[in-house]
Design a protein around this ligand. Sequence first.
Ligand SMILES: [Zn+2]
Length: 108
Amino acid sequence: MSRRAIRRRRRRRGGLLIAVVGTVVEGLALRRRGYGLAGEVVVRCRDGHLFTTLWVPGVSFKALRFGPSRFQRCPVGGHWSLVTPVTLAELSPEEQRLARERRDLRIP
Ligand SMILES: [Zn+2]
């Protein structure tokens, strides 16, 4: 095997490692906010709208990912925004009820 091929292979492995670590970190961030490792998560958009979305670390077909935030469509305001998972304990019962009632597409 040529030197270049070896280098290329190493680089690919490094990229995979970064993806795996990123997914684990994302999962742990959800855990800290009171959710399971994946599933329905209450998020808040930049305009303060709360809604429920299906969040699977490392997987997203309807959003662009930026670390713990995602750029996706907010069903409340009908606009695109950066959304961040919200800690359930920080929401009032009323806010939790509202967030549960508003949900977007059931795909990650
Ligand atoms: Zn919004």
